[in-house]
Design a protein around this ligand. Structure first.
Ligand code: 13P
Length: 238
């Protein structure tokens, strides 16, 4: 069985004072008791370095929420994977549906995943279908095409996050059967060594069922990762 990864995506939430949150998490779920899993927090860019400083000694990993394809250059407002690595990040989310909605294509996600590899950090490559695509029976094809376009063939160290767009921040969770079917589909494409996370309205109340589903190797959590009691409860369920 692959080691589980419980990842919090804070999105555009937080403030500098929140960098004490890893201490709160550690108080609720001690590092010694969670040596069987990886816990990751991805705060907004300005807090990455301080989050890393507050997290590393507690065995909590830090990640970025996106990166640019290039190492440096005239790209106002962008952050490179090397900069994230320099600030202590060991993971970076790429191709989140909120970034895809802002214009990122599969080809963009592909080069961002390559940038993560170049910088020596692990990309979490997000895929997921819209509600219309699910209702028309196209979910498997859509996710298959996203994986084909987004995952560089030479990549061996990466994580896939399956996040059905309609389940993100809506309180709607995919059924366990739907999660199971999609994760089997992704496993068939990605192979046995790649962790496949589920994301979309994961909460303390549904985490145990989702995390015990076959081929679910962890979760990517938005809203519930902002509250350390909830985040710890989800991690305990793993
Ligand atoms: P929610 O957990 O708030 O639905 O967000 C999921 C997500 O987008 C994580 O990347």
């Amino acid at each position: 069985m692959l080691r589980k990864l419980i990842a919090g995506n804070w999105k555009m939430h937080g403030e500098q004072a929140w960098t004490i949150k890893p201490a709160g998490f550690d108080g609720m779920f001690k590092a010694a008791d969670r040596s069987h899993l990886d816990v990751l927090i991805c705060p907004p860019f300005p807090y990455v370095r301080e989050m890393f400083a507050a997290s590393a000694s507690r065995n909590i990993l830090t990640g970025g929420q996106d990166c640019h394809a290039l190492e440096k250059g005239a790209h106002t407002g962008e952050v490179s994977a090397e900069m994230l690595a320099d600030c202590g990040a060991s993971y970076v989310i790429v191709g989140h549906s909120e970034r895809r909605a802002a214009g990122d294509t599969d080809a963009d996600v592909h080069v961002k995943a390559m940038a993560a590899k170049r910088a020596g950090i692990t990309p979490i490559i997000c895929v997921g279908e819209s509600l219309a695509q699910r209702e028309s029976g196209d979910a498997n094809n859509i996710v298959g095409a996203q994986l084909a376009g987004s995952v560089p063939e030479c990549l061996t160290d990466y994580v896939i996050a399956y996040e059905p767009v309609w389940a993100i921040g809506t309180g709607k969770v995919a059924s366990v059967d739907d999660i199971k079917d999609m994760h089997v589909h992704i496993r068939g494409i990605a192979g046995d060594t790649i962790r496949i996370l589920y994301g979309g309205s994961v909460k303390p109340g549904n985490a145990a069922e989702i995390l015990s589903t076959e081929n679910v190797d962890g979760a990517l959590i938005g809203g519930a990762s902002l509250n350390m009691a909830d985040f710890a409860a989800i991690a305990k369920a793993a």
